[in-house]
Ligand binder design. Structure first.
Ligand SMILES: [Zn+2]
Length: 187
């Protein structure tokens, strides 16, 4: 976010938790909501997991930030307009388990799903069986496939495909199109 954008958000926005105007707040704090953002500002990336999407955040006033409160609404600044969304309006993204986070910290992001922490191994195994999964589990597979394709000769629209396909289409893409057309085995 630029300073201008931050000023606009402060002038026009309200706290994502207590709904008080932000213009009296000294600082703006942002907290992630484990949802995919379909907008640019404000959002956050994940340095450790290198997610293929940006995470939606809520904005917090000084009081709510220092109380450690969690946001109820995600915020988008588009031009001079501020929009708020409830989590159900946004696409789910997985919440990484502590086990997965510490695994990634010590092993990096190049791993095979069968040797990964349970969160990844379970999601990929169920996905391969064609079980109907909640988006939180499918998003684990989307992220895992994104990591597996890094440094390989993947199609240029890989990100759009991984993020845009529904579970069934994604299964066809990962189990047929990627290996046959691009020689990439993800599953
Ligand atoms: Zn507040």
């Amino acid at each position: 976010m630029t300073d201008d954008q931050e000023q606009t958000l402060r002038a026009l926005g309200y706290c994502s938790c207590c709904r008080r105007a932000l213009n009296k707040s000294k600082g703006l704090a942002f907290a992630g909501m484990n949802r995919r953002a379909s907008w640019e500002y404000p959002t956050r990336g994940d340095e450790l997991l290198k997610l293929p999407w940006r995470e939606a955040v809520g904005v917090l006033c000084d009081d709510c930030a220092s109380a450690g409160s969690r946001p109820t609404w995600a915020v988008e600044l588009r031009g001079d307009t501020v929009f708020y969304y409830t989590p159900v309006e946004l696409q789910e993204a997985f919440v990484p388990s502590e086990e997965l986070l510490s695994f990634c910290r010590s092993n990096g992001l190049r791993f095979h799903w069968s040797k990964a922490p349970r969160q990844v191994a379970d999601a990929v195994r169920a996905f391969m069986k064609g079980e109907e999964l909640p988006e939180s589990a499918v998003s684990v597979v989307r992220w895992y496939a994104w990591q597996s394709c890094q440094g390989k000769d993947a199609p240029p629209d890989l990100r759009e495909k991984l993020l845009g396909l529904d579970q069934r289409e994604l299964n066809v893409f990962l189990s047929e199109e990627l290996p046959k057309k691009h020689g990439i085995e993800v599953l």
